[in-house]
Design a binder for this molecule. Structure first.
Ligand SMILES: [Zn+2]
Length: 265
């Protein structure tokens, strides 16, 4: 126990002196290893609670998962995700048509609700949302935000394996964890940065947010809007980034997306 705690402290000291993304000015007190470990712990917690998180079976819905993983791979292989090889980037589907949400743990375990998937109309929109969630982990917003929500000491206890209660709380809190507007703006921007080198129309996230605003509260619970506060002019900002970066992709894959939706329960 003592050695483990020294290791964690060692990680903290290192990060305090400026690890992280090269163009990231914020100080994250956790090391990248801590992100990976905390993510794995939270992921285990989610998978061990099928009542709260009815995750679709990957063997039973193998075509749906293959489709989703292909989108993820296109984004990762485009070369803009900083922790592409360090984080796991596992995507899972939660079967809950009434929840319009997606979330990502530290270290890259991504969860998408069927309520969100069914709300969308085309593949580039889902790619945009995945890009946004990938950014929250890749830019390490999630550990930042968890530190604010739970305090450093509780998270360190969890990392040391000594606080199962808090781990359970964090897992359930992740689904409703709200990010700062600055983090939202950055995740929106990186969603375009990640998609830009692909054949996708890179501002897919803008279409999603536009539809979300137009739908108001009528289509399921718009949890996404409460956990992803509107940084203002979000749709316009996302489209502007696409223009600024000169993104040339035009594919939206709407027919393929309908087939994907039809393959879900
Ligand atoms: Zn967000």
């Amino acid at each position: 126990m003592k050695i483990k705690s020294l290791l964690v402290l060692g990680g903290m000291v290192i990060t305090l002196f400026g690890c992280g993304n090269p163009d990231d000015n914020s100080i994250n007190i956790f090391s990248v290893e801590d992100d990976k470990q905390l993510g794995a712990q939270v992921n285990q917690e989610i998978l061990s609670n099928p009542q709260e998180y009815p995750v679709l079976s990957e063997s039973q819905y193998s075509a749906a998962y293959a489709y989703l993983n292909n989108i993820r791979n296109k984004i990762l292989n485009a070369g803009e995700v900083y922790y592409k090889d360090e984080f796991v980037w596992e995507v899972r589907i939660i079967h809950d048509d009434n929840t319009l949400n997606a979330f990502c743990t530290p270290g890259g375990y991504i969860y998408v609700y069927t309520g969100l998937i069914k709300f969308l109309d085309s593949e580039h929109e889902l790619a945009g949302v995945l890009g946004h969630e990938i950014a929250h982990a890749d830019r390490r917003h999630t550990t930042d935000q968890l530190t604010k929500a739970y305090g450093l000491q509780l998270l360190l206890d969890v990392l040391l394996g000594g606080n199962q209660g808090t781990l359970t709380e964090i897992a359930s809190g992740l689904t409703t964890l709200a990010f700062s507007r600055a983090n939202e703006t950055e995740a929106d921007r990186y969603s375009v940065v990640y998609l830009c080198p692909t054949d996708y129309q890179a501002d897919g996230a803008a279409n999603f947010f536009e539809n979300l605003v137009n739908a108001g509260g009528s289509s399921g619970t718009p949890v996404f809007l409460s956990t992803h506060p509107d940084p203002g002019n979000r749709v316009q900002n996302i489209q502007d980034v696409g223009v600024e970066l000169g993104c040339g992709g035009t594919n939206i894959f709407d027919q393929e997306y309908q087939d994907f939706k039809n393959s879900l329960p």
